[in-house]
Write a protein that binds this ligand. Structure first.
Ligand SMILES: [Zn+2]
Length: 44
């Protein structure tokens, strides 16, 4: 049964940045829908 849970998460679509389309690291989901580069305030 644990195997099914692993498969479930593995099949989830990767989150993508709405700005550049780059895949977002799961641990950054608190940032919303943008990747590190697009969220970096220093870049503006
Ligand atoms: Zn981006």
């Amino acid at each position: 049964m644990i195997q099914n849970v692993v498969e479930f998460f593995r099949n989830l679509p990767k989150k993508q940045c709405i700005e550049c389309g780059e895949s977002i690291d799961e641990q950054h989901e608190c940032y919303g829908n943008k990747c590190d580069g697009c969220m970096d305030p220093g870049k503006l």
